[in-house]
Design a binder for this molecule. Structure first.
Ligand code: SF4
Ligand code: SF4
Length: 340
């Protein structure tokens, strides 16, 4: 397994890391089993966030007594220094540790800078001085914000969506991070569940100086990622042509399932309904045609075009139209006019 050093932080870890958002959805005992198995299987970098409900607590339970063997990255969505300090203390308590290796400002709307009047960057510096955090990181979803962050030279790591659907601009961002001595942490390596060939995803990552954090909820998913510690995955002609075909099929406006646009004013489950056409074809399951999803998809007809969701989508998608396209396709599938 190739190792990655996250820029000037000096953190070196296998290029195969654990994203701890999905373990919110399993009970504590199961989460602890999965996290310990991930470590035993070779993973040493674990990424969580204050916003992931009890994910930090589960990491704390799993790794108590072996803190120095792993790297912990967490995040805060605070927008004031007071809230940041409060979040950080809560994270430290739940993680059962006195320091976080990489502490990130989470999904920022802008690049926080010293003297910008928010006090956010100063609060991160203070936490670093106190030893509560070792490195200052940041996460963003908008390419313009991410480019601004890299150009600022203020952050040690950047976390940004990166998968084999990356654009030339995304790839240039990775290069800019490398040139700036910043670590690049790749989130959404499966593009929110749309990409299902883990070998292709891993092979793609192996071609770039990035650290993928795979969101893992089930032991069977973990086993797939851990298997790459046993057999190195490299890019082959076969995988390259698979990726090329998949890119042709998917590039353009598509929903990554992140959920940042929610809640919807009329409670449409946007992060699933806006990508139903793809999910139904790429991750087929009878469950998508259940009464539950029929009802949720019908709710799209109730969209009042308030536009709220559009202001929150980091990918600037035209969500109401995307939803309507998905609803029309879904109705065609249900009526047998289209075979998915
Ligand atoms: S525009 Fe439609 S989908 Fe978006 S928040 Fe408003 S009602 Fe919901
Ligand atoms: S519409 Fe945008 S914000 Fe909402 S889930 Fe999809 S990608 Fe995320």
């Amino acid at each position: 397994m190739r190792e990655i050093t996250l820029g000037k932080t000096g953190i070196t870890t296998p290029q195969n890391a654990f994203g701890a958002l999905p373990i919110q959805r399993v009970d504590k005992d199961t989460a602890v089993i999965i996290l310990r198995k991930a470590y035993d299987g070779g993973m040493t970098y674990f990424d969580t966030a204050r916003a992931y409900t009890d994910s930090e607590e589960k990491l704390g339970l799993a790794f108590e007594g072996m803190r120095e063997k792993i790297y912990i990255a967490s995040k805060t969505m605070a927008d004031t220094p007071e809230k940041l300090r409060e979040d950080l203390d809560t994270s430290l308590r739940l993680l059962k540790t006195d320091h976080i290796d990489v502490y990130q400002l989470h999904c920022v709307p802008q690049c926080y800078r010293p003297d910008d009047g928010t006090g956010m960057y100063e609060a991160m510096l203070e936490a670093k001085k106190q030893g509560k955090i070792l490195h200052i990181g940041i996460t963003a979803h908008k390419i313009g914000v991410a480019e601004d962050i890299v150009a600022s030279g203020l952050y040690e790591t950047l976390q940004f969506p990166f998968s084999y659907l990356a654009s030339d601009r995304d790839i240039a961002l990775v290069k800019a991070c490398e040139d700036a001595g910043m670590g690049f942490v790749a989130m959404k390596g499966l593009s929110g569940g749309l990409l299902t060939n883990s070998e292709a995803c891993m092979a793609y990552m192996s071609e770039y100086p990035v650290l993928p954090i795979w969101g893992i909820q089930r032991e069977c998913e973990l086993d797939e990622w851990l298997s790459f510690f046993e057999r190195d995955i490299v890019m082959t002609d076969e995988l390259r042509s698979f990726i090329e075909n998949d890119r042709k099929e998917l590039l353009g406006e598509f929903c990554r399932g992140c959920g940042y646009c929610m809640p919807c004013s009329v409670n449409i489950v946007i992060n699933q309904c806006a990508r139903m056409s793809q999910m139904i074809r790429r991750a087929p399951s009878k469950a998508w045609l259940s009464d539950y999803w029929k009802k949720e998809m019908l709710r799209i007809d109730e969209c009042i075009d308030c536009g709220l969701c559009k202001t929150r989508c980091p990918y600037e998608l035209d969500i109401p139209n995307l939803l309507r396209k998905n609803a029309a396709d879904y109705k065609d599938i249900l009526a047998g006019r289209v075979i998915p």
